[in-house]
Design a protein around this ligand. Sequence first.
Ligand code: NAD
Length: 305
Amino acid sequence: MKIAVAGAGAMGSLFGALLTEAGNDVWLYDVWPEHVHTVAEHGLSVEHEGRTRIVQIKATTEPKEIGQADLVIIFVKSTQTKPAAETARRLLGNDAMVMTLQNGMGNADIISEFIEPVKILVGTTSHGATMIGPGNIRHAGVGPTTIGVWAKSKEGADRARQFADFFTQAGIETETVDDVHSVVWNKLLINIGINAITALSGIKNGQILDLEITRELSRAAVEEAMNVALAQNVRVRGDAVNHVFKVAETTAVNRSSMGQDVDNKRQTEIEAINGFIVREAKKLGLEAPVNQTLTALVETLQYHY
Ligand code: NAD
């Protein structure tokens, strides 16, 4: 299968590498010339559990070089979804699908401005990756991937299952769900309870649990988001707060992605995470003061880098 990855940073490069190793014709597309040229000339270096391997993958900063693909995976940060979706539209062949496993809410809606919703696969992944430098990533964690079609249809569900089987055969264990909105929302709740708090305070995920006042902050942010989900008739897990705490415990030594963004003075995905809750709450006439404050503080911080 011919696969194009739009946004070949840590996660895009990882998925590109795994799909290449499974025998697919993969292209990485990224706007970061240093990274692209390193991969194109020397291959991608993938560190995993103390071992490093080099994967030869085609990489370009020029979408025209790729032609048309059967699957386009969008793996930019949510702030860049719009330009990546515009590019993805140009890369999509007949009968092709586009997939987003990005964090945050709103990515699929932005993509559907350019690509029919029946062609959009949405999901979450528990794989983790870190960008070490140009042409060099670390595969930091392995876990399940879940996908579903954004606009429900029988044909879409069949396609989702085909892609899930195809990913699983490539070593990316993937399942499908009918209600992918709930899956994306449940992942959002985890990011809401962990990301901004760790980013602002400089702590690791597990340290959210150390003080009652921090736990209560996380709880309040998640509960505000659950109220928005309820008002939108989205089914989210009832034990979301405890689940967030469990994730904080199992990822205790990790710095969240937003934490890493702040550490490296990069723009964060705050607008698609806590900021999304603030916007949706406003539309629904609900209050979301905790998410409003977290959003304002992260936006202030990144404005003044
Ligand atoms: P990253 O910053 O490492 O990679 C993003 C890449 O997109 C960069 O290489 C950047 O140059 C490129 N890019 C920016 N604008 C572009 C454009 N217009 N067209 C093409 N490429 C462009 O980010 P990441 O960590 O790989 O995360 C990607 C997404 O996956 C985010 O939504 C993140 O929250 C999510 N995610 C990350 C992890 C993780 O462990 N890193 C895990 C699960 C989900």
